[in-house]
Design a binder for this molecule. Sequence first.
Ligand code: SF4
Length: 695
Amino acid sequence: AETRSASIQKTKTVCTYCGVGCSFEIWTKDRHILKVEPGPGPANGISTCVKGKFGWEYVNSGDRLTTPLIRENGRFREASWDEALDLIAWRLGEIKGQHGPDALAFIASSKATNEEAYLVQKFARQVIGTNNVDNCSRYCQSPATQGLMRTVGYGGDSGTIHDIENARLVITVGSNTAESHPVLATRVKRAHKLGRTQLVVVDIREHELARRADTFLRPRPGTDFVWLSALSRLILDNGWADDAFLQTRVNGLEEFRASVDAFTLAYAEAETGLAAAEIEALARQIVAAGQDKTKGGVCILWAMGVTQQCGGSETSTAISNLLLITGNYGRTGTGAYPLRGHNNVQGASDMGAMPDQVSGYQKVADPLTVQTHEREWGVTLRPERGLDNTQMIDAAIAGNLKALWLTGEEMSLTDANANHLEKGYEALEFMVVQDLYFTHTARYADVVLPAASALEKEGTFTSTERRVQRLYEAMPPLKGTRPDWQIYTAVAERMGQSWGYTHPAEIMAEIARVTPIMAGVSYDRLQGFDSLCWPVAEDGTDTPLLYVDRFNFPDGKARLYPAQYQPRQHTPDAEFDLHLNSGRMLEHFHEGNMTFRVAGLAASVPDTFVEISPELAAERQITNGQWVRLISPNGAVKVQAHITGRVSGHEVYVPMNARHAEDAVNRLTGNNRDTVTNTPAYKDTAVRLEVLPEG
Ligand code: SF4
């Protein structure tokens, strides 16, 4: 008879929650998940957080979709795969024929694999002939990518998590790292506790890491650009900059110095609310930490508090500028670390699910890129930029976008201004949603396709540290579901392109052929827990630490970029008198579609809520747990009040996960966007609060 241990399968996988990229061995018996053993992956070693360890029940949730659905006469009915795929191919072809390729758009999932994100943009560009393709980095870190592309040339973290541990000073800006990137935060906390690194946290909310920091600075919302520019000005004027680094490795000093001229300490004090002495002390700390070039220096970590603002790209640029003038690039313990949210949001961008770039950040108009893709795909890339996520919705409302195919993204809860978004869905002629569950967004679809989960397929994810890792099939796809890559391949086939992929390894081989930064990536080099950080040379040599010898520009030099301050647009006023902040929490991921389906996580935090300060509670006579209504110019939500010192004064905070779409914080957020990337300025929202009667 078969022994119990013989029937247990151990499979290497990578976490499907945040972008830290923890890897695990997952123990299964048939479809039962028996145990999740962390590591020994490079990101986490033997660590995990509560979601990585206990958050897998969503795979076997009774809510999983197991058959395609087609809307007919306003109701969904079950359909066979062939019928659903035929219908999609026919409708996409028909709409393209009637309105042209740019009447269609595609959104890739940052939860799906690299191979799948690559196929979404290949489908859009090769099968349909449009650049209307994007992914959810439009909602989070596109501004950080922009800031880094402008200054150092690669849109990714400049080193690894291990490199952050080697810093003498870690500064986090607008990042609730302990809850949003828990295992990475654990490594920072350990280095701090051992006395190896100092920790400065800059945020408007006093979260866990803020309470542990040596220095916690609390500027006014949306003013990070100002104190960062004041730091740069002060450092340059006092002769504290790294002159040798500037002379040999950096261009553009003169224009940059002129661009920060207005940012005096007095101005910064008035605009940010930080004391001039605090800013000066931070400048001295940065300079001191970066002085011994044989050791680590300064790492700056940032997230949505910076990027989800009208000036998200400009502030990200200001961070990189500051690191450049102080020589904090190119050695371990230095550099820029925008922390990626989803498990594969880095990868979805790397793979070219973007309206102006194919895989590896190659511009669609670049002649060499056009040539490579002509050879590989047999079509000529169109040179003009397509629509991004936010523009797709605007175009649908304007009647210019007719069809949208959306994979694995609960946009109804995660995009800003949900009511505006749903108007866009209503205006479409045809919408396909591909997901694990019948999501709120799926209600608007014409065809809903049941996708396989990450445990049910093979592929690769790329984490925040540019680390490409393989995941293996721990169990076959749930009956009735299919991996995303097979779905795209089947529709492409029906529309006249015989891709013929039989395994994701073949897709990766193609990615390597057309993507210089992935040239040396292959499944053979990613066996088991092996991983590679891009750029990966053809011989398989990878680059965990960037910019050691050169920056990613033709002359090898970095570029100081004269960025511009974009003040927020919605400061509280008499009608909307509170500033609304939003973000993640430890127990839930993103909108909560997966974590609300994990009993333990759902029980610990059953729904969303609003954090209000003790001062505001006293002012409005609100008790803990009382129901309140938050109202903005865009919508209203009903939530329970949670009184906490994490927020202060007239700041309120609502987590982005919500059990019901009608209470999601993004009913309140608006249409103002980062001026460069169109990333919604979620953090630039003013609301008012009404106390609801008990009962
Ligand atoms: Fe998963 Fe992120 Fe937690 Fe690691 S830190 S286990 S990647 S959610």
